[in-house]
Design a protein around this ligand. Sequence first.
Ligand code: ADP
Ligand code: MG
Length: 247
Amino acid sequence: MQTLEICNLTLPIGEKCILENFSLTIPPGEIHVLMGKNGMGKSSLAKAIAGHPDYPISGGEIIFRGENVTQLSPEERARRGIFLAFQYPIEIPGVSIANFIRSAMNAQSKKMETVAFYKLLHENMDRLGFDRKFSARAINVDFSGGEKKRCEILQMLMLQPSFVIFDEIDSGLDIDALKCVAENINSLRSETFSALIITHYQRLLDHIHPHRVHVLENGKIITSGGSEIVKELEKKGYACFDREEKS
Ligand code: ADP
Ligand code: MG
């Protein structure tokens, strides 16, 4: 049974079709990478997989661990183990990190006693080099870019999802923060954990070695392969794959 099977997905936004007959399979235990120029629909795909109401698909199916989740709400998908680490994490004034994570855990039947919850939260914050005082702060409000990304990883460590989409988790991170984020993603690697990493850069992939790399263009995957694709992209840019598609 595959972790994620996206079959012939069509995603319209306004007049435009962002994805057309888009298909992608991610087996259990595998980490895949999705690359592509700006505006190609990578974040839209991530939101459609998570069930974001602004990104309803008009055709195709999303099968998660053998179950058709296409019609399920974002909460129901999250309960089944899908987690999206946002490119632009949302600020929620008045809701602390601790309360936000606790509510999410309760909603996913991962309820913990208060003392045990804070012990685990603080352990994970220490692991991320994230000051414990942040747990009482309103989520993402006045956070730096790096703090927002750490906060996404903290939620992931607490919720222990079986499938994570990282949407440009590496953008705006300094080298130490990048290494820390990568180490924590690697710590989740197992035979049952899968991930889709959306990135523009080789530097994250120096720490996380993916099983497969895909390039998205004009609503479809135009090339798939190993890490050599990332190296080629760094050297030559997306134009090298444009030529491949036309020939
Ligand atoms: P990427 O992540 O690959 O840079 P996005 O998925 O963010 O691309 O965007 C793909 C295209 O869809 C862009 O042209 C963007 O402006 C458009 N788009 C994304 N979300 C919306 C939305 N909610 N409303 C209107 N247009 C959108
Ligand atoms: Mg994006």
